[in-house]
Design a protein around this ligand. Structure first.
Ligand code: 5GP
Length: 164
């Protein structure tokens, strides 16, 4: 068996439609789709079209600081979305994968106090994720190659300053 799970752009197109169908079949009609950049932006865009939802927000989460050191916990980068805009709204958080689930937990907890309802949708969920997503396309314990990050960037940029 393969040690990696590979998602192509073509397979992603099928996956995001099937994920959207699952959400629609469940009767969940989100007012807002909140994507976790960067991988979740692809997922949120696909879901927004398939679910006919015109409201997309974005939150940037990184595990790394500008100097390339790994943090123990993921952090939200500026600009942080205004949760007041989310009050009494049904929010669907979209990401590519829930691995440890720490990223999703951070964003979910950020929403929980303010919003009427928050659910999560991911393409992949791994068995040890501390957030159990309401909507999952496929479960795997393998490392996943995503089409948007499997290839090296076309240009390398050193010393980028991240907003924090
Ligand atoms: P977490 O561990 O917080 O659930 O995942 C954080 C982030 O790590 C994900 O959004 C994703 O960007 C990255 N990540 C986690 N597991 C994988 C994986 O199997 N493949 C790739 N390409 N990225 C992953």
């Amino acid at each position: 068996s393969d040690v990696r799970e590979s998602l192509t752009y073509e397979k992603f197109g099928v996956a995001v439609r099937e994920l959207a169908q699952t959400i629609a079949d469940d009767g969940f009609e989100p007012d807002i789709i909140l994507s976790i950049a960067r991988g979740g932006v692809f997922v949120a865009g696909g879901l927004a079209y398939a679910l006919d939802c015109k409201n997309i927000h974005l939150v940037n989460v990184e595990f790394y600081t500008g100097v390339g050191q790994t943090l123990e916990m993921p952090v939200m980068l500026a600009p942080v979305p205004n949760v007041i805009d989310f009050s009494n709204k049904k929010v669907l958080i979209a990401d590519d994968v829930a691995d440890t689930g720490k990223t999703l937990k951070l964003v979910r907890d950020f929403c929980l106090d303010t919003v009427a309802e928050v659910r999560s949708a991911v393409i992949y969920e791994k068995p040890d994720s501390l957030v159990k997503c309401e909507y999952v396309w496929k479960r795997t314990d393998k490392w996943i190659n995503f089409p948007w990050s499997v290839d090296e960037p076309v240009v390398r940029r050193e010393g980028q300053v991240l907003d924090a």
